[in-house]
Ligand binder design. Structure first.
Ligand SMILES: CC(C)(COP(=O)(O)OP(=O)(O)OC[C@H]1O[C@@H](n2cnc3c(N)ncnc32)[C@H](O)[C@@H]1OP(=O)(O)O)[C@@H](O)C(=O)NCCC(=O)NCCS
Length: 249
C-alpha cells in the first residue's frame, strides 16, 4: 500500500511552465553529481557554498540549489536567479512573496524537491544503510509505540522499518518547519514494511495534526523517501530528472 496514487515520469530541469492541481505534490528527484555552477544562486547561497570544507559537499550543495531554482522557476514563470528566499526562524526556506510551497531534502548524491500548493509540506530522503548506530538512534529518538513496532523485526525488515520510521518522522518535523528541534516522541508513525504510511498518534499543542497524510516511496534502489502534508488525499507525482550534458553519470 505504500505506493498508492504515485505516478512518475522522466523530466528535465528546464522547460515549459508547470502547473499544479490542488491535490498535487510533485516530487522532483535529481542527481547532485552534476557540474552546475553558482550563476543562479544569491549571495547567501554563494556564501554557504564557500564555507564547505570538502569540494564534493560544495559541489553537491551548488547542484542542489541550482536545481531547486531551475525547478521552482518553472512554477513561478520567473528566471531561476530572479526570485528570493526568506528563511524562517528555524531554518525553513520559503519563497519571498509566496507562489508555491516547497521542501528540499538530500542524501549523498541525490536531491528531492517536493512542490505543492499545500499549506503543510515536508520531505525527506535517506540512503538505506544498516549500521550499529541505528539501534541507539531508534532507542533515543523513536516513541515507545514505534520501538514496540520495530523491535520484533529482524535483518532487512528491521533496517527497512528503521528508515520508514526515520523518513516519515523527519518529513513530519520538516512539515512543521521546526526540524529535529521538535520532540520526536510526541507523535507515532507506522513503520512496518508493507503497512500504509500513517500518523497514528499526535499529542501536544497541535503542532502535528493526526490527520496529516503521509506518503512513502523508494525513489531509487537503496533510498527511502517520505512526504508529509495536510492535503487529505495527495496525488504524488515523481519527476525523475534526466542526467544532462556535464553530469558525472
Ligand atoms: C531541518 C533539518 C531536519 C534538516 O536536516 P538534514 O539532515 O540536513 O535534512 P534534509 O537533507 O532532509 O533537508 C535539508 C533541507 O531542508 C530545508 N530546511 C532547513 N531547515 C528546515 C526546517 N526547519 N524545516 C523544514 N525544512 C528545512 C532546507 O531546504 C535544507 O536544504 P539546504 O541545507 O540545502 O538549505 C535539520 O537541519 C534540523 O533539524 N535542524 C534543526 C533546526 C535548526 O537547527 N535550525 C538551525 C538554523 S536556525
Amino acid at each position: 500500500m505504500s505506493n498508492e496514487s504515485i505516478s512518475e515520469e522522466i523530466a528535465r530541469l528546464d522547460g515549459a511552465p508547470v502547473s499544479l492541481a490542488p491535490d498535487d505534490i510533485h516530487c522532483w528527484l535529481f542527481s547532485l553529481e552534476s557540474d552546475a555552477d553558482h550563476e543562479h544562486l544569491d549571495d547567501a547561497e554563494r556564501d554557504r557554498a564557500r564555507r564547505f570544507h570538502f569540494d564534493r559537499d560544495r559541489r553537491r550543495f551548488i547542484a542542489g540549489h541550482d536545481s531547486i531554482r531551475r525547478i521552482l522557476s518553472r512554477y513561478l514563470d520567473v528566471a531561476p536567479g530572479d526570485f528570493e528566499f526568506d528563511v524562517e526562524a528555524q531554518g525553513r526556506p520559503t519563497l519571498k512573496g509566496g507562489g508555491v510551497n516547497f521542501n528540499y531534502s538530500r542524501s549523498e548524491e541525490w536531491g528531492l524537491l517536493a512542490v505543492s500548493d499545500a499549506a503543510i509540506l515536508g520531505a525527506d530522503i535517506e540512503t538505506v544503510r544498516m549500521s550499529d548506530d541505528l539501534i541507539d538512534v531508534a532507542r533515543r529518538q523513536f516513541s515507545p509505540a514505534e520501538q514496540a513496532a520495530l523491535n520484533p523485526l529482524s535483518g532487512d525488515a528491521w533496517t527497512a522499518g528503521f528508515y520508514n520510521c526515520w523518513t516519515r518522522k523527519e518529513a513530519v518535523v520538516k512539515a512543521m518547519g521546526v526540524g529535529l528541534l521538535a520532540p520526536l516522541d510526541c507523535f507515532d508513525v507506522t513503520l512496518t514494511p508493507g503497512d500504509r504510511p500513517e500518523i497514528l498518534r499526535a499529542e501536544g499543542d497541535g503542532a502535528v495534526a493526526r490527520d496529516w497524510a503521509l506518503r512513502a516511496f523508494s525513489p531509487l534502489d537503496g533510498y527511502c523517501a517520505a512526504i508529509a502534508t495536510d492535503l487529505a488525499a495527495p496525488n504524488l507525482h515523481v519527476l525523475r530528472v534526466k542526467p544532462q550534458t556535464g553530469s558525472r553519470y
